[in-house]
Design a protein around this ligand. Sequence first.
Ligand SMILES: NC(=O)c1ccc[n+]([C@@H]2O[C@H](COP(=O)([O-])OP(=O)(O)OC[C@H]3O[C@@H](n4cnc5c(N)ncnc54)[C@H](O)[C@@H]3O)[C@@H](O)[C@H]2O)c1
Length: 334
Amino acid sequence: MSYQREYERRLEVGIIGAGSHCYRNILPLMTYLPVHIAAICDVNGDLAAKTAAQYGCRSYISSSEMYDNEKLDGVFISVGPQFHPALVLEAFSHDVNVWVEKPIAVHSCQVEEMIAARKNLIAVVGLKKAFSPACSKMEEIVDHFGGFDSILGIYPMSLVNDSELPNWLRNGVHPLSFMMQIGGKVHSVRSVINRKGKGDVILQFENGSIGTLHLATGPKPDFEMYEIYGDGWRARVDESEVSLDRGIPFDYKYTTDYIPSGYDFGRISWKPGNCVATLENKSLFTQGFYNEAMYFCQCVLDKQQPVKGTLEFALEIMKVYEAAFRSEGEEVIV
Ligand SMILES: NC(=O)c1ccc[n+]([C@@H]2O[C@H](COP(=O)([O-])OP(=O)(O)OC[C@H]3O[C@@H](n4cnc5c(N)ncnc54)[C@H](O)[C@@H]3O)[C@@H](O)[C@H]2O)c1
């Protein structure tokens, strides 16, 4: 890890979309990346100009004008799923590598068009949960035990198809990317919901394990929880806290001690501290933003195709998202 001002090699990048999320998260993230921000583009000219002035770069109100005037290695696109497909295709047509926020599109066929137009360019999708340190630890745990049987995710949202950008599109991508990063490809989907769109989306993974995504109500701000179960162990992510429960040597009739000696049994947990002004406890790091954006930069610098956060992975997620809408209690093959 290093800081923007310390990197010897930096990518020339443009930022497309200077709205709320970009200003709050994407631009602050640049401090930790090997980039030089050449330009900020937003159709809201006032927003683009003010933000570009703050970051000492040029501003544009149209991405095509930006491409005409800048020589860019990559763009960070954070606009919205209705606009992402056209903006991604435009970047590809100018031979510019792309990092694009979730949701990548409104329909899965739009992601297929992106894949067809990508050529040998690099595209990484902002699926932060799949890049979060908690998810990586879960992957390590699953690898260690040689697989898992079931995964439970709990996330506040509803499965109601009530607009072009339903809640399930905007938020479903978060727990789905976490669960599918762990479980891999999904064979079939079944959704069982009540009239408010609350309930469960059941994922049958191709590897034979099963996932239940519970679409919850609950307190604000939003929260998340994941539990993974395997033979003799259980791992849990409760917000940023990760724990692994390995149980104890146990004989139903004869065990008398719940704390066996040694360190190979029982529960271990990891949790970010909140005492010192360091990086590992900041949301840009705990939620996976840094990992996903740094991964994109590293792929571009190394001219290496990504294997994580790919358009193909985003397409799988979009297909599961669409299958859950179609399901209405029936099993839908993805
Ligand atoms: N990963 C996360 O945790 C997270 C959190 C919040 C938002 N997001 C995502 O970030 C994206 C942006 O969300 P937001 O809340 O910042 O929205 P926003 O509406 O505040 O910002 C979008 C900006 O894009 C601009 N814009 C629209 N069309 C454009 C175009 N063709 N070219 C350039 N600029 C254009 C708008 O003027 C606006 O300023 C969405 O996809 C959202 O889902 C992700």
